[in-house]
Every structure is written in structure tokens, then in C-alpha cells.
Design a binder for this molecule. Structure first.
Ligand code: M6R
Length: 617
């Protein structure tokens, strides 16, 4: 979603802000803008609907003119994507500029109040209301300083926000605040950076402060970083962290798209997720997060997994894994439904939140609700120190490395890896998984990265060839059974996100209860049919599809005959225990979606309307 970059220091603020905005493009946006403090401290604003490169085209003249500035990529919430609605927004007196990520829920009431006082508005945004509210407080009491006015304004709004504000009469000062949306402050030598994540400043400093919920900061070269609570102005000692992120991790490294790079990183990311945790020689899984709270899990009435999108699909597979191997009841919920349906939660429940970004607003809100009602909450996040990671009682990072492509790939297989480790660890601990089976499963798990590598090399060209036949398809069905039903859902989600082809995932047996009506010679059906996992039933499903002339793309094990003979296209993957097959089967489905999207000329890394971290509900 929206991205924020700010800078005060000695370098060209234009370059820092524009390059920073390019780094944040992956978050998803529809317009971009910049404001710089010119030589006479006048605020110079340029903004436009479209991409950062469109912004560059209209703002080149600002290059080299300032050492202080900020920029924004906007993902429209209030008002269509347009030049007028783009950020930064200026106050009526033209002195205050503000960029904002999030939603001010009571903006309408404040807008009415300000309109009655004579304020006018150029845009339809909630953000313009906030910047004028700051002016209102400064006009009302000329004695108060700029940060205080920002604080007063923030105390009047509710919703979610990360903001950065500049004031013409306070040169070199950036005021930032956050509630619900992330904001990082990079600490350099005689320079400070602000950004929605650390990627815009990773080459300049390894030190950063992640602003906490409900905190604001006033940043200047003169006085450094002054952090306060928004509600009562209490001073907070900054906690400076060392960044683990490197520049290579956030560059494409020769791949055409981040998504392709991330698909190919999976042997490593799965391995990194297991590293230090899976010690096959010792026959152990070491996971402090689980082990320190193992009794909580063991005695839990049930585990509730909450997540959204791809992470929710991982959660479904987690349910199969944990119920099969640890025999603990599991429910999987969409975070957005869970948070609003007054769920029954007790202190005997364990809630696991799965989130790549760790910033998803619905997942965060659902977790807070579960925590309030006494559940033990566990996080599975990829982004270290993300908001969800920080509010959980315990958790496991996936360590997949930064995922930049909007379509989640390596984070998904890393989530499956963690869930597998959790299921095996709990199963071993509570005695449902005997030692011999445990040893054989963990040995197989250790070999999964190698198998993913094999799948990548065996299916990379093949999926390109298959993709060419479906560039004009308008619908797709994805079918699977057991563990591969969620894998089918995930395959369908990947395709629709990046190619804009309508795709549905179904448990294969459900086909007869509706989707079969759609099948004719124009309907491509991807069917996941490994040997282990209801193979005979799948064979019947394929027969039913072929009887209606559907085009079958079958993902089967090497040497398969029955399904392969009926299928129009065959993708072979190595045989594994059923519980690992979603990891293996997902890889060619990611490649297939990727190449169909590429051949359709779609913007694979930044699909339309989508954001990488969905920080508004
Ligand atoms: O960061 P999260 O895992 O919480 O994100 C959840 C979904 O927004 C995300 O998985 C989304 O569905 C992706 N675009 C899937 O590729």
C-alpha cells in the first residue's frame, strides 16, 4: 500500500526521495508525489497520477535543489487515483505538507468542522483533512510549536496512519507519527531517512528506529530524533536496531522480475527457514518459540490460524499438518471475518497468525481481539520486527528474505516449511508421531530444497511452453484433494493476481457440485495429482473432465501413467510424502502463472489494484 520516504541531511533530497519511492513501488500504488524545501524554504510540490517515472518526468527541475524533502506513492482509498488526490497535500495556507499511509476514519466529521471554519479542500482525500487540522491548531494558538500541533491533530483522529509532515516555517524539521501503519527512521552520519520500510535507505545506513504504535518523532539535524507518545507527550528513549537487510536482497539480480527471482530462490529460502531448526543428525527440531510454550500448545483446546490471501492458504495446509501429526484440533479463519464475527475465544486457545509482511491490517486487528480475550498468540511472519511480530506472545520468522513481488511465492513455501516443523515438533512432543516416522519425515523434509531445485530446472521451460497455449484463456479451474486442495486455491490465486484471468480453486471432489457445469473444450483445468494423496479418486475426476472435453494440465509424479495418458499437458514433479507435496506442486504452478502473465504483457511485480502489504482494512 502507500509508501512514504523522507529525508533531511546533506545529500540531494530529490534523488534520495525518488530512488526511495522506486524501492517502495512493490507495495502497490497508483500515483506519486514529492515535496522539497527549496532554497528559500518554500515548499515545492509535484505530484501525479501514475508511476514514479511519470513523477520524474514532471519534477526533474527539482533535482539538486534541496536537502530536505519527502515523497509518497499512493494506493487510492478515499477518492480515485488522480493528480489532485495524490500526496503530498498542502494546508490551506500552503505552509504545511503532509504524506499519509492509512485511513482517517472520522475525516468526514473533521472536514465538516473545518469547512465551517472556512477551510476549503482541493481533493477527496482524508489526508487533506489532517493537514488542515494541523493548520487549524496552529492558527488557533500561535504559541504552540509545530510538533505539538501535529500531536493535537493526531489526538483528534482515529483510524490507521503513518504520516510525515513538513512546515515551511520550520526548515529541516520532519515530524512523523504512526498508528497501525509502519514507519522506519534511518540514522545516518549527519542525515536522517524516513520510510515505510528500510529498503529506501539500506545503502546509506544500517541503523534504524522502528517507530512504535502511538508514537511520533520530531527529526532534525540540530536535535536528532525526539520520540514522544502521541496521547500524552511522554518522552521515549529510541531503540536503535541494526538492519539485516542488504542491497542485493532487494535488487533483481539479473532476473526479469522479482517474482521470477523469488520463485528461483525457493531452494535457498526453504533451506534458510529450516536452518538451525531442523537437525536431522540429532533427530530434533529446535524451535524456541514453540518449545518455550509447548505446554500451551499441548493443552490447547484448539489452534486457530488466522491470515489473509496466500497466508490463509498456508494456514489451511497447516490445519492438515497439525491435525494429522499433532492431533490438535485446528480451525482456519480469514482474519477479516474473524475480527468482526464476535468469535468464541478462551485462554485455552492458541491463535497462530500467518503474515508475510507482518503488517496486514485485518490480521493485526484479529490478533489484538484474540489477545484481549485471553488467547495465547503466536506469529509466523517473514518481515522481522514487523507490527504483528511485535505484538505476538511468541513466534517463528520464516527467514525467506525480502519478498518484493506482490504475488507471494517464496514466503508461501517458507510458511509451509514452518508449519511442517511445528506440526512435527508438536506431534513428537505429545507422542502422536512415533520416533521412526518422525525420523523418516524429517529426513525427507531436509531433502525438500533439493527437490524444489530439481522441479525448477525440470519445469522452467516446460511451463513456458504450456503457458503459450493459454494466453487468451478467460477462465481456469484448479483442482486438488487433501493437502493439495489448498495448493489448488493458491495456484488459482497466483494466476488471477498477475494475469487477470479468472481462476477458481476447488477440492476436486466438489467439481460435481457445481463447477463441472463450466467445463467444455475452452476450459483449462489444472489438476494436482501426485501418487500419494487420493490418486484413484483424482483419476476419476480427470475422466469426468475429459468426458466434457476440458483441457487438462496435470501435475503428476515422475513416471505417472494413468492421469498422464488422459491429460493434455503433463508437469512431472518428484514423489514425496503427501504432506510435502503442496511445497513441490506449488513451484510449477507459480511458474505457469508467471509465464501466462508475462505473455499477456501484464505487470507481474506490480499487478493492478494490488498492494504488497495491505495496511488498511
Ligand atoms: O503479508 P500477508 O501475508 O499478511 O498478506 C496477506 C495477503 O495480502 C497476501 O498473501 C496476498 O494475497 C498476496 N498478494 C498473495 O500473493
Amino acid at each position: 500500500m502507500c509508501g512514504i520516504v523522507g529525508y533531511t541531511g546533506f545529500q540531494d533530497a530529490y534523488e534520495i526521495v525518488i530512488n526511495g519511492l522506486r524501492r517502495l513501488e512493490y507495495r502497490g500504488y497508483d500515483s506519486a508525489g514529492i515535496v522539497l524545501e527549496g532554497s528559500d524554504n518554500k515548499l515545492e510540490v509535484e505530484k501525479t497520477k501514475g508511476k514514479v517515472e511519470d513523477l520524474v518526468n514532471i519534477s526533474k527541475q527539482l533535482k539538486g535543489t534541496a536537502n530536505v524533502g519527502m515523497g509518497h506513492t499512493r494506493w487510492a482509498t478515499h477518492g480515485v487515483p488522480s493528480d489532485r488526490n495524490s500526496h503530498p497535500h498542502l494546508s490551506n495556507n500552503g505552509k504545511i505538507a503532509l504524506v499519509h499511509n492509512g485511513i482517517i476514519e472520522n475525516y468526514d466529521t473533521i472536514k465538516t468542522m473545518l469547512s465551517e471554519k472556512g477551510f476549503t479542500f482541493q481533493s477527496e482525500t482524508d489526508t487533506e483533512v489532517l493537514v488542515n487540522l494541523i493548520q487549524y491548531f496552529m492558527d488557533l494558538n500561535p504559541e504552540i510549536d509545530f510538533p505539538t500541533a501535529v500531536r493535537y491533530a493526531l489526538n483528534e483522529v482515529y483510524g490507521a496512519y503513518a504520516i510525515t509532515v513538513l512546515h515551511e516555517d520550520h526548515p529541516g524539521v520532519l515530524v512523523v507519527g504512526r498508528l497501525g501503519s509502519p514507519l522506519a527512521i534511518g540514522i545516518g552520519e549527519k542525515e536522517y531517512f524516513i520510510a515505510s520500510d528500510a529498503s529506501p535507505f539500506v545503502e546509506f545506513t544500517k541503523e534504524a528506529i522502528y517507530l512504535e504504535e502511538g508514537h511520533m518523532a520530531t527529526i532534525s539535524l540540530e536535535n536528532g530524533v525526539d520520540i514522544r507518545t502521541i496521547n500524552d507527550n511522554s518522552k521515549i528513549e529510541p531503540e536503535i536496531q541494526e538492519l539485516k537487510l542488504s542491497l542485493e536482497q532487494i535488487e533483481k539480480g539479473g532476473y526479469e522480475h522479482f517474482m521470477l527471482k523469488e520463485i528461483f530462490e525457493q531452494p535457498k529460502s526453504i533451506h534458510d527457514t529450516m536452518r538451525g531448526r531442523l537437525i536431522v543428525e540429532e533427530g530434533v527440531i529446535k524451535m524456541a518459540g514453540i518449545w518455550d510454550h509447548v505446554e500451551k500448545f499441548k493443552n490447547a483446546n484448539r489452534i486457530i490460524i488466522i491470515a489473509c490471501g496466500t497466508s490463509w492458504h498456508a494456514g489451511l495446509i497447516g490445519e492438515y499438518l497439525i491435525e494429522e501429526y499433532a492431533r490438535i484440533p485446528v480451525e482456519v479463519e480469514y482474519a477479516s471475518e474473524f475480527r468482526y464475527r464476535n468469535p468464541i475465544i478462551t485462554d485455552k486457545d492458541v491463535v497462530i497468525a500467518i503474515s508475510q509482511s507482518g503488517e496486514t491490517a485485518d490480521t493485526m486487528a484479529a490478533l489484538k481481539l484474540a489477545k484481549e480475550r485471553g488467547a495465547f498468540i503466536y506469529g509466523i511472519c517473514n518481515v522481522v520486527d514487523s507490527s504483528i511480530a511485535r505484538i505476538t506472545d511468541a513466534g517463528s520468522y520464516t527467514h525467506a528474505g525480502p519478498e518484493i513481488g506482490v504475488a507471494s511465492t517464496k514466503a508461501f513455501t517458507a510458511q509451509l516449511t514452518i508449519l511442517t516443523l511445528i506440526a512435527f515438533k508438536l506431534g513428537k512432543h505429545n507422542g502422536n508421531l512415533g520416533n521412526a516416522e518422525f525420523m523418516s519425515l524429517i529426513a525427507e523434509l531436509e531433502a525438500i530444497p533439493k527437490k524444489v531445485e530439481e522441479v525448477l530446472s525440470a519445469t522452467h521451460e516446460l511451463t513456458q511452453d504450456i503457458a503459450k497455449n493459454f494466453v487468451k484463456a478467460t477462465n481456469f479451474l484448479y483442482l486438488g484433494r487433501g493437502y493439495n486442495y489448498p495448493a489448488a486455491l493458491e495456484g488459482a490465486l497466483k494466476l488471477k493476481e498477475i494475469s487477470y484471468i479468472h481462476a477458481e480453486g476447488y477440492p476436486a471432489a466438489e467439481m460435481k457440485h457445481g463447477p463441472i457445469a463450466l467445463i467444455d473444450e475452452n476450459m483449462p483445468i489444472v489438476i494436482i495429482a501426485p501418487k500419494k494423496g487420493h490418486y484413484d479418486k483424482i483419476v476419476s475426476n480427470v475422466q469426468e473432465i475429459k468426458a466434457r472435453k476440458g483441457k487438462v494440465i496435470a501435475v503428476v509424479n515422475k513416471g505417472d501413467r494413468q492421469v498422464s495418458e488422459m491429460a493434455d499437458y503433463v508437469i512431472e514433479i518428484p514423489e514425496t510424502s503427501e504432506c510435502f507435496s503442496p511445497i513441490i506442486a506449488s513451484v510449477p504452478l507459480q511458474l505457469l502463472a508467471y509465464y501466462i502473465a508475462v505473455y499477456r504483457g501484464a505487470n507481474v511485480d506490480q499487478p493492478r489494484n494490488l498492494a504488497k502489504s495491505v495496511t488498511v482494512e
